[in-house]
Design a protein around this ligand. Structure first.
Ligand code: HEC
Length: 118
């Protein structure tokens, strides 16, 4: 009985990203803040040299539609860009692909990016 309950509880936890863990990567080893800015406004220290510049996560403005569904900024789009980089989807190749991150780490980053919207 408790085994069944445990398995049921484990499923949603595995799917949903952990925004706090995503923030740690964003500010830390991902160095995302250096381009995207500490609050995701697209104003990181390195952003001045980028063209096109990163869209503002704070404004909820996303440019890249990676799966052709006519929408930008879906969880799938964000995860694809983080994993494979911007160039693969017709965007700025300065956005580095992080295929070295696990799917869980990428899900955590996606969850964190959603929290940046003001
Ligand atoms: C060297 C600078 C740089 C770094 C570091 C960087 N990015 Fe980006 N990122 C960009 C640029 C430039 C774009 C804009 C691409 C475009 O719109 O053509 C972008 C776009 C994106 C997008 C797509 C947004 C949209 O408009 O659809 C996501 C998501 C994203 N970055 C997440 C991240 C995450 C998460 C990290 C850290 C793991 C990161 N980026 C690190 C420069 C960077």
């Amino acid at each position: 009985m408790s085994l069944v309950l445990g398995a049921l509880l484990a499923i949603p936890q595995a799917m949903a990203g952990d925004a706090a863990a995503g923030k740690a990567i964003y500010d830390g080893k991902g160095a995302c803040a250096s381009c995207h800015g500490p609050a995701g406004a697209g104003d990181g220290l390195a952003a001045a040299a980028l063209n096109p510049k990163p869209a503002s996560f704070a404004a909820g403005a996303f440019r890249l539609d990676t799966d052709g569904d006519g929408q930008t900024g879906t969880d799938t789009d964000l995860a694809n860009v983080i994993k494979n980089g911007g160039g693969k989807y017709g965007g700025n190749p300065a956005m580095p692909g992080r295929a070295d991150f696990s799917d869980a780490e990428i899900a955590n980053l996606v969850a964190y990016i959603h929290t940046l919207k003001k």
